[in-house]
Design a protein around this ligand. Sequence first.
Ligand code: PFF
Length: 467
Amino acid sequence: MSAAREHFGSRLGFILAAAGSAVGIGNLVSFPVAATKSGGGAFLLVYALFVFLICLPVMMAELALGRKSDKDPVGAYRQLSGGSTLWRIPGWFALITPYMIAVFYMVVTVWVLGYLVETLKGNLDVLATESYFGTFINSKVVFLYLIVLMLLINGVLSLGVKDGIERAAKTLMPMLFVLLLGLVVFVLTREGAGTGLSYYLIPDFSKLDAEVVSKAMSQAFFSLSLGMGIMITYGSYMKKRDSIPGSAKAVALTDTMVAFTAGLLILPSVFHFNPNIDPSTLSDSSAGMIFLFLPKIFLSLQDGIGYFGASAVAAIFFFLVFVAALTSLVSIIEVPIASLRDERGMSRKKAIYTVAASQFILAVLCAMSFGMADWLTQFVKLAGSDKSFFDLVEILFYDTILPLNGLLVCLFVIYKWKRANFDRELQEGDSGFAGTLSQKYVNFSLGTFIPFILLIIFINTVALKFF
Ligand code: PFF
């Protein structure tokens, strides 16, 4: 077995590492895309409500599970359930889910890296052509970028919790905040930015229907890195003297601020260059925004600031998305590594090799499912249409199992591990939390309507995606 468990060095270190996990493609792209399509500020309001009223208690529950047990998700469920066989299942789900989400997220991150490199090589004009994306994702160079990405992630992970994950977050996150703010200032000072801004900030409640509300909920849940075993694992690296409620609030606030700020960047850009755009015509996917729409927008900046200036802005943006995705991937891949170490007694190095080798193969299969291999492109038929291997991984793990994992965390903490134990763990490092309104709310909501909402999302997704 490994020696004493590693811990984050400081509270700030933990907050930045957890924010590094939470801030990802979800914040910088998926959130602004969803806001653009779904009533701007109205979506923002619903989203913020979900973050603080629904997701924050779940985050506290996950952190408490990890910190109390000092274990990876599998070990946490085993230990705190007193060895129950049934409650082993959510532990395994909380291990397989991050393992598989990492695979499809890596492929998208590889594309971002490719776009960053091409921009730096001076090829922004090529990226902005209609056919480039399709050609790029089916070219062999994708595999080279995958190797580079995996070396970077595993290089950070090999240095451990404090010297690897925490140090990377402490360097990269402040840089990300500064660059993001710089880009926002630049975009907001462009002529015509006001149209996008008013669309974003003046809520249009007529756009809010059941689908939009459910989208906001899933988006908030994914954005905070919940249901992926990440917060359980990071909780196990937290010090006892640190406050779980306080740290969770700081992470949720940072994550939401970044999503809000990214909206200030993307929405004005969309409207500045297409003042008459009908947002509903925009593609739903983040990939559509990053790889098809934004390169054209960046290129059109050349009229004002020249080709070099436009390329610089594009490079900063792709770099931002890449850094955000990298710190998210570090956190998600730490979950299976922690499991192999805790459950199998492997050294960090051996665990890294095992996870990286198997994930590489799966990521290659995902990358090949956009046309390189027909059997991967038409892997299964779901809800009457062909789905690729990549689609299947996304539908199974991101759309479906994620809310299920959240539901299981709530039920486990309140009804199996028990409220009193959970309360005690939250008060460890935060004695003032006891008896507050927040404490009562967290306790009540986790045992009642939060699991109910997650159950509805789960059932709805199964009905929609599989039948
Ligand atoms: N919070 C991340 C995001 O918003 O993009 C979610 C995530 C995805 C975390 C993938 C980690 C990861 F590997």
